[in-house]
Structures are given as structure tokens and as C-alpha cells.
Write a protein that binds this ligand. Structure first.
Ligand SMILES: NC(=O)c1ccc[n+]([C@@H]2O[C@H](COP(=O)([O-])OP(=O)(O)OC[C@H]3O[C@@H](n4cnc5c(N)ncnc54)[C@H](O)[C@@H]3O)[C@@H](O)[C@H]2O)c1
Length: 363
């Protein structure tokens, strides 16, 4: 596609003003690369609430209304419920707007193809926003691995505990569409939050050769099953193996400013290891990154380990990219298809009793 960077601030609109807007909007604050011109949400309460942040922006109850208004828009931040992603993104690209979409991109490969084709047909960019790869402790972990300090990589583990108490309020309306997702087999831990973990694996160690998985379920309310315990194992094309263990602690209180996820990433090398102790929540209260090598432990006390900063930095990266063309995009629609393939291989493997599945071959 023939993208030419803007030689002026990008004119942007938020499409969807719900829970995650609170973090996405941080990229737009005090940012000379952008001017927020419009806010869109069918909820009048949300429009009134968010107008306070951008008094000069115009508000609309739908993207169609914004498009019909004649207001000039270059790019939109699509913060829509997942079941609306496919239809929503095709519509937004069709208006001639570049789109920064929240993850997960969509539920299946056919939908991803429709979305990527819509970007090509309209000669617009579809970015699928991945904030975890902008989280400073994870970036520092990657840098440590690549420096060779840990020696040759032997393998790595990720751990995620979903806890039921603490954190910020999530509106009941968000659970409605999450339940819809669960009904079509795309659970909140493996697929929704999992999208991030699978993305970090691809970002750290590259393409994946084979996946083996065992997806479980725990009934938290009558007929509502959360997709844990789940264990996922894989091997990258470079031979490095990873394991991700997902468990549920429904009665555990976790201190968090956001969602109550207790998360870790640990890379083991021939000479040492590096471990990110937390991300979204504040489970382990040690420095967010610790590196052990040659008999010494180094602790990082001054990283920006507020999860919200990863949204700020991912969004700023996008806006800078639009304004100046400084890349890479991190991540494109095609990169996101690789994350989707990884997730689909997890389901295919689990359904087949844990046999090895290649993400490249999932249908
Ligand atoms: N990166 C992350 O870590 C992260 C975390 C949470 C959510 N998300 C993603 O962000 C997206 C939104 O999640 P959320 O938690 O903010 O959901 P939410 O339910 O809180 O907000 C969605 C908003 O979209 C509005 N909306 C519905 N239909 C619309 C339409 N046609 N046009 C415009 N607005 C419409 C709703 O009124 C609501 O205000 C989802 O894709 C979700 O997966 C990402």
C-alpha cells in the first residue's frame, strides 16, 4: 500500500469510549503528532464523560454520523466490543480512515482476511494494537536476552493467574460481549487476554513451528465457564520452547489499578535467567524485572512498570508512524494474523487431545 506520512498533526477520532479508552487516550494527551477531532459512542453518558477530556472535539453516536458530517478525519482508534470488530473495521476503513484496532483482531482467519482485504481495497492502514510489546520491563527483558548475557536460550515460561477480586470496575455491558465470545469458544483468558501473551512469544522468539495445548474450564457462575486451568506449550522455528500456564484464583484479592491478572515471564538461558514479575496487577512487589547471571542478581528499580504506560507508548508509536513514517508499525494486520494462527493452533491441539499442530497449517 502507498502510505505517505502526514506533514501535519494527524486528525483522529475515538470510536468506542468504554473502559479501555481510559488507557488508550493517554497516547493522545499532550501529543503534538495528533489532534483529537471526534468522539463516537452510542452511549450519551460516555460521550458526555469523555467530552471533558477533549472539549474541542465533536461528538457523534455512530461512525456513520461522523462520516456524514463532513468533518475531516485521518485515523481512528477503534475501541469496539470484539463481536463488532470485523463489521466495524470494514466500515471505518471504508470511510477512508486509517485504523488502530484493539486486540484480539477477530475470531477466525476468514474474518481476518476480510479485514486485511478491506485495508488493501481502501489503501488504508490497519494496525492491531499490542500494548504488551511496549511494556518497558518486557522490552528490557528482550534486550537482555538479545545481549547474550543469559547465554544461549534454553526455554521460557509465562504464568497467568486470573483473580476475582480487586482492580478497577468493569461495566456489566462489557461482560455481555465477553460472554458472547465465550459462547463461540473464544474465552477471556486464552483468547482475549491470551492474545497478548501469544503476541509476546512471537515478538520474543519469532515464528512458531508447533503448538500443544490442553484448554480447561472452570464454572464460575451457573453455565459460565472461564477457560482455565489451561496449559499451552510450543516450539519456535529457532528451536526455543515455551510454556504458558493459566490458572484461576476466583477468591484471591489482587492489588491492581486495572484488571486483576497476576503475570510473569521468565526466560532461562545457559548462564542465567531473566524474569518479569508482574504487569497488569501488582502481585509480586519486587522490582518488575530481575536478571540473574554469573552468581549475581540485578534488579531493575526504575523501569516504567505502570501497565498503562504501555498503552501510552504503543499509541504514541502509531501516531508518530502516521506523522513521520518512522517504523516498524508494531503490529500490522498481517502480524496479527500470526497471533490469531497461534491461538487457533491452541484450540485445534486441545480438541485433538494435545497433539502437535502447526500454526501455519490451521484452517
Ligand atoms: N489491550 C488491552 O489490554 C485491552 C484491555 C481491555 C480491552 N481491550 C479491548 O478493547 C476493546 C474495547 O474493550 P472495552 O473494555 O473498552 O469495552 P467496553 O464494553 O467497556 O466499551 C466498548 C464501548 O464501545 C461502545 N460501542 C458499542 N458499539 C459501538 C459502535 N457501533 N460504535 C461506537 N462505539 C460503540 C460502547 O457503548 C462502549 O462504550 C475490545 O476489543 C477489548 O478486547 C484491550
Amino acid at each position: 500500500m502507498s502510505f505517505t506520512p502526514y506533514d501535519r498533526p494527524v486528525r483522529a477520532a475515538f470510536i468506542g469510549l468504554g473502559r479501555i479508552y481510559d488507557l488508550n487516550m493517554r497516547a493522545y494527551l499532550d501529543n503534538p503528532d495528533v489532534e483529537v477531532v471526534a468522539l463516537v459512542d452510542p452511549s450519551e453518558d460516555r460521550r458526555l464523560q469523555r467530552q471533558v477530556d477533549w472539549p474541542d472535539a465533536q461528538t457523534f453516536s455512530s461512525a456513520a454520523e461522523l462520516a456524514a458530517s463532513g468533518l475531516e478525519v485521518d485515523a481512528v482508534e477503534a475501541l469496539l466490543p470484539i463481536p463488532l470488530h470485523v463489521e466495524g473495521v470494514v466500515e471505518l476503513l471504508g470511510y477512508g480512515w486509517h485504523v488502530n484496532l484493539q486486540k484480539p483482531m477477530c475470531n477466525d482467519l476468514a474474518s481476518a482476511e476480510i479485514m486485511n482485504n478491506a485495508a488493501k481495497a481502501n489503501d488504508r492502514i490497519l494496525r492491531v494494537m499490542e500494548n504488551y510489546i511496549f511494556y518497558e520491563p518486557l522490552r528490557k527483558l528482550k534486550e537482555t536476552v538479545e545481549s547474550g548475557e543469559l547465554g544461549e536460550v534454553s526455554g521460557y515460561t509465562m504464568k497467568m493467574v486470573g483473580s476475582g477480586h480487586g482492580g478497577w470496575d468493569v461495566p456489566g455491558s462489557s461482560y455481555k460481549w465477553q460472554f458472547q465470545q465465550m459462547e463461540v469458544g473464544r474465552g477471556i483468558l486464552v483468547f482475549d487476554d491470551g492474545w497478548h501473551k501469544l503476541a509476546t512469544a512471537l515478538w520474543l522468539f519469532g515464528p512458531i513451528k508447533e503448538v500443544r495445548a490442553w484448554v480447561g474450564g472452570t464454572e464460575v457462575f451457573p453455565t459460565v465457564f472461564i477457560d482455565a486451568p489451561t496449559t499451552i506449550m510450543w516450539e519456535h522455528e529457532n528451536g526455543v520452547r515455551g510454556v504458558w500456564d493459566i490458572t484461576l484464583a476466583p477468591d484471591m484479592y489482587l492489588r491492581s489499578d486495572y484488571y486483576t491478572n497476576d503475570e510473569r515471564w521468565e526466560v532461562t538461558g545457559h548462564r542465567g535467567y531473566g524474569r518479569v514479575n508482574r504487569c497488569t496487577g501488582r502481585g509480586i512487589q519486587q522490582p518488575s524485572l530481575e536478571v540473574y547471571a554469573a552468581g549475581e542478581m540485578r534488579s531493575y528499580h526504575a523501569l516504567d512498570d505502570d501497565w498503562a504506560s504501555s498503552f501510552r507508548d504503543s499509541g504514541r508509536h502509531w501516531l508518530r508512524w502516521l506523522h513521520t513514517g518512522e517504523g516498524p508499525l508494531m503490529w500490522s494486520g498481517d502480524d496479527a494474523v500470526n497471533v490469531l494462527r497461534f491461538a487457533l493452533a491452541v484450540y485445534a491441539s486441545s480438541e485433538a487431545g494435545g497433539t502437535g499442530i502447526s500454526p501455519a497449517e490451521v484452517k
